[in-house]
Design a protein around this ligand. Structure first.
Ligand code: NAD
Length: 498
């Protein structure tokens, strides 16, 4: 019998009573790995209630006790890295090396959460008036919730619940229904590390579960990562319900290549960032703008892409694994067809690759279109597959203008040896995360993941300093103490404070 993915409610991994389930499928083989429930309304209520109850004591747990759980947790994640990566590869498809990277980038946030003592400090101003001090407390909000996408099933849940819990909140997580198994293993390890019952809860499902989270009156904040379509809906619905919301959403990330760039490094970086993880990264480079004489590099870029090996994620030497689902394969294939119809030149067609031993997998190999224009569907839509659009520009400013005119602003990169050009790019570009000779500039956790324009809603990012603000309410306290010698104070305290 196929195993079932459990809910996590009040410290117990429990079987759902739902009548609606879906299969978790290995995208390289179509093997059914498990069945995942769409939690019922009562189960979602039970998870939120358990988080509400647990908040009463967790919010007062000393900083050191909270921090030590995350010290232990990071150790457990390290010890179980190979197992976590294997689960992730089986259900998501990315290569084992990439899967370890997925876990590792989440692990870095856990390490950061262990330093919560320094991150959640308030401020104090001494003698704001005679004998009066003002200070701030960063207090937890209550029950917070997270909704995560399929493409980083370890890293993105770890962006969310460790920092929410470390700051004194309790949490309800709704992982992607496409690949929830590694997320559940990470939750088991979190409990093993000492997260108390009710502090972390997990419900599964899709649209209904997400809407229930957006509407639930006991949930104070919602963190969402996923597509722009769903994220915009979550932002509007949860904001209207009075919640604090952050939504990190879709992308169309451009790289500019100037002719003075280091050619070999640039081509390697482009190939890795466009086709690695089968292009299913929100920070994947999906458009490259070749500027000036760099326009002559196209043939070498195609040759580089052709060297990448398409295969099962568990096979050593694989560069490009399968897409997450048959539906994703159909979508990417039809967008490639549309690109051809709309007049782009298909210079490398990765459709229907032959992958020995994985004949039923959802594979598309590296695919490159040249002569792409902003009007084409392949330029306007996030393809979320290993498809690179090549655009040509005469100057750096023309390339910058093109990027700034795109609705999305998640990530971008420039490849050049010119400091002046790079600095000009850094100043003029209107994108949240900027790489200079770095193709996927995802910041480490002492900074915050950013993103701008259509790629993000809400002011504060999902980790780093910003998330401490996101998960806390600032309270300012103004205090004065009297001793026996303080006699005859004015009745009007406003005057006294002047
Ligand atoms: P998705 O939007 O389909 O799903 C995200 C979450 O929303 C899932 O938990 C899913 O169950 C839920 N959901 C799906 N349909 C829904 C609906 N109609 N109503 C309410 N909830 C719904 O995204 P995905 O396909 O899992 O992930 C890929 C997308 O996520 C891409 O667009 C990618 O760019 C984006 N992403 C962004 C970032 C970032 O930091 N900006 C990071 C990773 C992924």
């Amino acid at each position: 019998m196929t195993t079932t993915v459990k809910l996590l409610i009040n410290g117990e991994f429990v079987e759902s009573r739902s009548e609606q389930w879906r299969a978790v499928v290995n995208p390289a083989t179509q093997e059914v790995l498990a069945r995942v429930p769409f939690a019922t309304g009562e189960e979602i209520d039970a998870a939120v209630n358990s988080a509400s109850q647990a908040f009463q004591s967790w919010r007062k747990t000393p900083i050191g006790a909270r921090a030590r759980i995350f010290l232990k947790y990071q150790q457990l994640i390290r010890e179980n890295m190979k197992e976590l990566a294997a689960i992730l590869t089986a259900e998501q498809g990315k290569t084992l090396a990439d899967a370890e990277g997925d876990v590792f980038r989440g692990l870095e946030v856990v390490e950061h959460a262990a330093g919560i003592g320094n991150l959640q400090l308030g401020e104090l101003a001494n003698n704001v008036a005679g004998g009066v001090d003002t200070y701030t407390l960063l207090q937890p909000l209550g029950v917070c919730a997270g909704i995560t996408p399929f493409n980083f099933p370890a890293m993105i849940p770890l962006w969310m619940f460790p920092m929410a819990i470390a700051t004194g909140n309790t949490f309800v997580l709704k992982p992607s229904e496409q690949d929830p198994m590694v997320t559940m293993r990470l939750c088991e390890l979190a409990l093993q590390a000492g997260v108390p019952p009710g502090v972390l809860n997990v419900v599964h499902g899709g649209e209904d579960a997400v809407n229930a989270i957006c509407d639930h009156p006991a949930i104070k904040a919602v963190s969402f990562v996923g597509s722009t379509r769903v994220g915009t809906h979550v932002y509007n619905r949860a904001s209207q319900a009075g919640k604090r919301v952050q939504c990190m959403m879709g992308a169309k990330n451009h790289a500019i290549v100037l002719p003075d760039a280091h050619k070999e490094q640039t081509l390697n970086n482009l190939a890795g960032a466009a086709f690695g993880a089968a292009g299913q990264r929100c920070m994947a480079l999906s458009v490259v703008i070749l500027v000036g004489e760099a326009q002559g590099w196209l043939a070498e870029l195609v040759a580089k892409a052709e060297t990448l090996k398409v295969g099962g994620g568990v096979e050593s030497g694989t560069d490009v694994g399968p897409l997450i689902s048959c539906a994703a394969l159909d979508r990417v294939s039809s967008l490639i067809e549309r690109g051809k119809r709309e007049g782009a030149r298909l210079v490398l067609d990765g459709r229907n690759p032959s992958v020995a031993g994985y004949e039923r997998g959802n594979f598309v190999g590296p695919t490159i279109f040249d002569g792409v224009t902003p009007q084409m569907s392949i330029y306007r839509e996030e393809i979320f597959g290993p498809v690179l659009c090549v655009v040509h520009a005469a100057t750096l400013d023309e390339a910058i203008a093109l990027i700034n005119a795109n609705p999305n602003g998640n990530g971008t990169a420039i490849f050049t040896r010119s400091g002046a050009a790079a600095r000009h790019f850094q100043e003029e570009i209107d994108v949240g995360q900027v790489g200079i000779n770095v193709p996927i500039p995802v910041p480490v956790p002492m900074f915050s993941f950013t993103g701008s324009r259509a790629s993000k809603l809400g002011d504060l990012g999902p980790y780093g300093k910003q998330v401490v603000q996101f998960y806390t309410q600032t309270k300012t306290v103004t205090q004065r103490w009297f001793d026996e010698s303080d006699v005859g104070g004015a009745v009007n305290t406003t005057i006294t404070l002047k």
